[in-house]
Design a binder for this molecule. Structure first.
Ligand code: M6R
Length: 367
């Protein structure tokens, strides 16, 4: 039921701390991660000779895949790619039994992703599915299913689906790093610690950003365009934020790799244009600040998203949104919260039906 909320989208945004706890439950132990389904999968197959990993998904599930790619590549010594389901299902590189395919889907029924799975299986590639429906087609046809436990997601916009998918991918990353002796093994203890406080950090994000985002959404009401910029994981997050704003607020929002703006898109920056600058990754922060200065020099109205107390970022933006500092891998989960809320408030202030955006369906069962 909707209980205290006007829309399912807001209810589902608010449910994220609980949803994430369910994704972690019985998997995240004191000093380890155990996913029984993955243990089974490894018992049945010799997977130590995996040469490549591809993570396939559509829309938001593709964005989770892109986050997963960047995280897996840091931890493993294997090339990892993230593919759009509808592209992978028509043209894909070499596929064989040494190529692990991970399919991401909230519904488990997205036709493009099912078609990608069929392709992978045709060439003997082992397939792990991460879905929110155990009995879905992807859940049944994959070799191993990691269930996200997000609970029903009824709004068309994916919110808790996204954060629980990334959480599940991080758990899988830890398991694969150990099983395949990845070079990131020594980074696991710190990551495990961070996972233990993830749900609380998400809760803090909700509290810290809700009012400011509501106000900023009112400001966007007379704007036709909005840009989101970021580097590394923040770039993927920008893509996800833009998708949410397009779908729910019908706002022409576009995401760019921050360093790429000067190669063309900067020509679109005119005084007052809203730019959301994501700067959550410590190792990329100085470069991100330079890129913020570049758009500020063209008089854009910049809202920075960074970790609490980062004065260097707050000094160069018009408005700052602080979120708690956590492990860099977890920042795409935390920073997604204000972006989801922005799409929600920008959609409602325009009077749109945020739960049922025009031209879209929750589950796309045609290719
Ligand atoms: O059920 P799936 O995760 O396979 O759905 C994939 C996309 O259709 C979905 O994520 C879509 O992009 C969302 N409506 C975005 O909010």
């Amino acid at each position: 039921s909707l209980q205290d909320y006007d829309h399912y989208m807001l209810k589902e945004i608010m449910e994220q701390p609980e949803a994430i706890k369910r994704t972690l439950k019985n998997r995240l132990a004191a000093g380890d991660v155990i996913i029984p389904e993955v243990e089974e999968f490894f018992k049945e197959r010799q997977l130590t000779d995996i040469e490549k990993i591809t993570i396939v998904g559509s829309g938001t599930s593709h964005h989770s895949g892109m986050i997963g790619k960047k995280i897996l590549e840091t931890m493993l010594d294997i090339p990892v790619e993230a593919a759009i389901s509808s592209e992978f299902s028509c043209e894909h590189g070499h596929l064989n039994e040494k190529h692990l395919v991970i399919v991401m889907s909230q519904s488990g029924e997205t036709a493009d992703t099912i078609s990608a799975l069929k392709n992978a299986k045709k060439f003997g590639a082992p397939v792990i599915a991460i879905t929110n429906y155990r009995k879905s087609t992807l859940g049944r046809k994959s070799d191993c299913l990691i269930y996200t436990h997000a609970g029903p997601e009824l709004a068309v916009a994916a919110t808790k689906a996204y954060t629980t998918q990334i959480t599940a991918l991080i758990l899988l990353t830890i398991v694969l790093t150990k099983k395949l002796n990845g070079p990131g093994e020594d980074k696991i203890p710190v990551l495990l610690d961070a996972l233990h406080s993830l749900a609380d950090d998400v809760e803090k994000c909700l509290v810290m950003t809700q009012d400011a985002i509501d106000q900023f959404a009112q400001v966007t009401n007379d704007q036709g365009h909005l840009f989101l910029i970021g580097r590394g994981l923040d770039y993927v997050l920008a893509l996800e934020g833009a998708l949410k704003l397009q779908e729910v607020a019908y706002l022409h929002a576009d995401a760019y790799a921050a360093g790429e703006m000067k190669h063309g898109t900067m020509a679109l920056i005119t005084p007052g244009v809203p730019v959301i600058a994501l700067a959550t990754q410590p190792h990329l922060r100085d470069k991100a600040i330079n890129n913020i200065k570049e758009v500020k020099a063209r008089d854009a109205y910049v809202v920075g998203v960074t970790t609490t107390g980062d004065d260097e970022v707050s000094a160069v933006v018009d408005e700052v949104l602080y979120i708690p500092e956590a492990h860099p891998f977890l920042m795409p989960i935390l920073a997604a919260i204000p972006l989801q809320l922005l799409a929600y408030y920008a959609g409602t202030v325009r009077g749109y039906n945020v739960d049922r955006p025009r031209n879209l369906a929750k589950s796309l069962t045609v290719e």
